[in-house]
Design a protein around this ligand. Structure first.
Ligand SMILES: NC(=O)c1ccc[n+]([C@@H]2O[C@H](COP(=O)([O-])OP(=O)(O)OC[C@H]3O[C@@H](n4cnc5c(N)ncnc54)[C@H](OP(=O)(O)O)[C@@H]3O)[C@@H](O)[C@H]2O)c1
Length: 287
């Protein structure tokens, strides 16, 4: 298929690469054009100088940019993809953004006779590179059926969860579940070291029991070693928790632990840890 990919960041760069390697004709756009040039040199395909130019002939247009405002700029902006989107095309947004912007863009794209899916992902940089992402999708069944076989190239699990905005709401659930869990893990490891246990040995044992988690499997040893220069940045996590807390406030849902952990991440940012991995909550306990 003719497809376009907007935003070649940590996530978008390898995701667009999977599409090209699967045999699709991919046109990429990146705000910093050097990254698009590098991508074309690595994978082939074509680059465009604006999102509108990238989307012009594409049956599917993918995006993975930073936040709500970035997404509005690459879609609704004067050089945005919605200026040229074809009738019947599907715009698939992999950005972690608000459910509001997903509904807004769903409406805007509908007026052009095209479709919109909010499709945030989980699985991090490694998941994007290995084609093993989890994709939470909101939108119409018809659009999902068109996009699903193409997204399959970088997905381990994917599901349409309801109307526009449902993908973003599900991603909020994902981040809420992670926040409290990482703080619990940080406290457990901090306690193990504080009482003089061999913390690595403890992790080896308890990771086979009920305390097991993805975070324990993948992050406990680096947390013990104080290594955080990789992974999912605290700045991004604060954006995501801000979105979730706003939605919860509006809907009257209580998220007491999430609100607390959000403030702990604010402290990590004040420790110059904005680009550290989210497992850096333990650094705050040690300070
Ligand atoms: N990294 C992860 O582990 C992870 C996991 C799950 C979900 N996510 C989510 O996925 C999204 C992207 O994350 P990432 O780690 O790939 O971020 P990133 O490396 O910072 O890349 C962001 C991309 O968006 C582009 N961009 C930002 N603002 C723009 C604007 N106003 N106009 C045009 N392009 C713009 C950037 O262009 P430039 O190159 O010009 O800056 C870059 O290509 C975020 O919403 C994040 O929360 C990330």
């Amino acid at each position: 298929m003719k497809v376009a990919f907007i935003g070649l960041g940590v996530m978008g760069y390898p995701m667009a690469g999977h599409l090209q390697q699967a045999g699709h004709q991919v046109t990429v756009f990146n705000r910093t054009s050097a990254k698009a040039e590098k991508w074309v040199a690595a994978y082939g395909g074509q680059m465009a100088l604006t999102p509108a130019e990238a989307a012009r002939e594409a049956e599917l247009v993918f995006a993975c940019v930073g936040n709500d405002d970035d997404l509005r700029e690459v879609t609704l902006g004067p050089q945005g993809a919605f200026q040229t989107l074809m009738v019947g095309a599907v715009f698939i947004d992999h950005t972690t953004a608000s459910a509001d912007v997903a509904r807004e863009l769903y409406e805007a794209v509908g007026e052009r006779g095209a479709h919109f899916l909010d499709a945030p992902v989980s699985g991090g940089q490694a998941g994007a590179e290995n084609g093993q992402l989890t994709i939470m999708v909101g939108g119409d069944q018809e659009a999902y059926d068109l996009a699903q076989p193409v997204m399959q190239v970088y997905a381990r699990q994917m599901r349409l969860l309801g109307p526009a905005g449902s993908g973003q709401l599900a991603k909020m659930v994902n981040q809420i579940c992670i926040a409290g869990l990482v703080q619990g893990l940080a406290e457990g490891l901090h306690f193990a070291q504080g009482v003089g246990l061999d913390a690595e040995a403890v992790v080896d044992v308890i990771s086979k029991g009920a305390a097991q988690s993805w975070q324990m499997e993948n992050r406990a040893l680096t947390m013990l070693a104080g290594k955080f220069d990789f992974g999912f940045a605290v700045d991004w996590m604060r954006k995501d928790l801000g979105i979730a807390l706003n939605e919860a406030r509006r809907q009257g849902v209580q998220l007491p632990v999430t609100a607390l952990v959000d403030q702990f991440y604010a402290e990590v940012q004040r420790m110059e840890g904005g680009r550290w991995d989210t497992s850096s909550l333990i650094a705050r306990l040690r300070k």
